[in-house]
Design a protein around this ligand. Sequence first.
Ligand SMILES: NC(=O)c1ccc[n+]([C@@H]2O[C@H](COP(=O)([O-])OP(=O)(O)OC[C@H]3O[C@@H](n4cnc5c(N)ncnc54)[C@H](OP(=O)(O)O)[C@@H]3O)[C@@H](O)[C@H]2O)c1
Length: 334
Amino acid sequence: MTPQTFRALVAEQGPGDEFARRIVERNLDELPAGELLVKVHYSSLNYKDALSALGRPGVTRNYPHTPGIDAAGEVVSCTDGTFSPGERVLVTGYDLGMNTPGGYGQYIRVPSDWGVRLPVGLTLKESMILGTAGLTAGLSLYRLAAAGVHPDSGEVLVTGATGGVGSLAVCLLAKAGYRVAAVTGKVNQLDFLTSLGAKAVLSREELLRGADRPLMKERWAGVLDVVGGELLSAAVRSTRYGGAVTCCGLAASPELPLNVFPFILRAVSLIGIDSAQCPPATRHEVWQRLAGPWRPERLLAGAVEVPLAGLEERFHAMLKGELSGRTVVDVLTA
Ligand SMILES: NC(=O)c1ccc[n+]([C@@H]2O[C@H](COP(=O)([O-])OP(=O)(O)OC[C@H]3O[C@@H](n4cnc5c(N)ncnc54)[C@H](OP(=O)(O)O)[C@@H]3O)[C@@H](O)[C@H]2O)c1
């Protein structure tokens, strides 16, 4: 029997410009139209969730709002028959948690084509430890491989390596047989990064050494970047002839101060990554690999689990770049 009300974290603007977050009771009929009604068991914490929850511009237009770009749970009903009641599904990206009430509520209602059947080999909780960060890291690896960057091509660099996407990227690349170099601002996380499979750990300053020159010494066969800005520029300019670089994030900056030399003299490719609108066939393929050959055991075992009420301080820490690894959210027991 589906209850008429459920608990959800709601962010709203206070009397000043300050945003505050509360856990409130909501009605099922407040959810938007959509074929697929899901009882959410787990969600996760991503950079976009912190931006939305704290009222930062660029993610959510209208408040009060329930963030959570990831959700995994049980199908309650699906009016077009794509899923059966009781099936386990996950939803990541599209508009979930942006302007559609998201995974920080115990129920979501979304278009059925946003749903993905839980891949065999993952629990609901594991699927949310991966979540958007896992899909993004997986998609980046998938695109690097398609661009010809293989385990025997040479070292692959990961930036923002202790963060959600970065730590998963280190793990997935190592699992797939690549030699991984990790760049981080948290030099005290050396043990964490080597335990994930990094063979070399660099400080941001080391990566930027020589970055005042138009082209830098060739080192990387490939790069998986999550931070943008000067670090992405230096990474592109130190990529070897014919190498490839994926770009998915802006944790440092949305700007890219770069020249064309890496592209016209070294045939380097720069590949854009978007997990939110990723086409279903690719999405399915990447989830199958995440559940199988790339399954990142070390991270799946080491995620921090919090209830909805435990998110508050982590929203702030995330935007300051202070978190390491992944945060999974137990939504059911809120
Ligand atoms: N395109 C997509 O589909 C997609 C999907 C998911 C996420 N993203 C984007 O990817 C980025 C990372 O997301 P996330 O969830 O992994 O966030 P996260 O967990 O906060 O990780 C970001 C990491 O970047 C590094 N960093 C932070 N500030 C920095 C700075 N000023 N300079 C250099 N490095 C800095 C930190 O790692 P270290 O301390 O180890 O350096 C931090 O842990 C965000 O911009 C997010 O919006 C994009």
